[in-house]
Design a protein around this ligand. Sequence first.
Ligand code: SAH
Length: 359
Amino acid sequence: MMSESLGRSLQREREFAAGGSLKGKTLEELTVLLDSWGEKPFRAKQIYNGLYANRYESWEQFTTLGKDLRKRLQDSTSLTKLNVVKHLKSADGTQKFTFESVLGSGKEFESVWIPSGDGGRKTICISSQVGCTLNCKFCATAKLPYQGNLKASEIVDQVLQVESIVGDKATNIVFMGMGEPMHNYFNVMRAANILHDPEAIGLGAKRITISTSGVVNGIRRFIERKEPYNLAISLNHPDRAGRKEIMDIEEKFSLPELIEAAKDFTKILKRRITFEYVMIPGVNMGEDDAKKLVRIARKMDCKINVIPLNTEFFGWQRPSSEEVEEFIRRLEPAGVPILNRRSPGKDINGACGMLASKS
Ligand code: SAH
């Protein structure tokens, strides 16, 4: 009798030989697939360019491929496109898209087009999971049931579909939608590589940001593999006890470990790290909190993005502009850049921490 693991690996091999959805495949993966069909590597390259640089949506458009190969691709792989189930436009120009991965599966996830940045910046905020397992108290995504990781194809296709619908291209991509990117590490990195590769979508690595709530083993892996992308850490509180109150992840990876990993990122990769800090009056905006945050920021090459709270759970309220100004003033002794990330799209529940599709 076949062992269970052999059965599983045969199953995987069969699925791979069949090709599946091609949209999340890297050049290496396409090359292996085409090689198993007895095709030359340049064919993989042609498909790769067609998928991501030319953004073909049907096999007829791949005119450089022979008829037989096109037929085989058509029969055994797919060029799936995400289904848009909802599209909302904010008065401020932000647009939110709700996608469904498989028709009728009920698994929905969201992306946000944010055109209003300084200096012509146009950002797409994309999701890495359907729901999230982390349970951050201030975040609406945490209120959804967790329904799993997105595939690389579903991550890449968020960008392709949003750009096709708005008729414009993003200058920046942030993995700050639903989910924890470090919990879906390899699909996120496969997608990021496709977004970055000049032969594919071609965005500079510095224009792609991976944001984590503080999954330290993921950060360590990111450093080890020398990923070229920006890294942002959602710090949100400057001490262990307070952080534990609002973020369950503090139980698993403590703040000192997180700070060490962040410091190592800056030292080993010689790059600046971003701390994100959602400002919640009465929770993390006191004079003492500011002092502790300054102490953390002084330890390494970093910048701080402060984000006014967008949700109102537990009776919490958005900080007033005076409160925000005062908090920022108290952070100035850190001597690092501080950016107030006004998050647009609140009227369509498209701002930071508001992505929760159905709810
Ligand atoms: N899980 C990853 C990716 C999601 S990013 C992470 O935590 O980094 C979501 C960003 O929005 C985080 O920086 C988070 O701190 C911020 N955020 C979450 N809920 C928010 C809210 N209600 N108001 C403002 N910002 C929020």
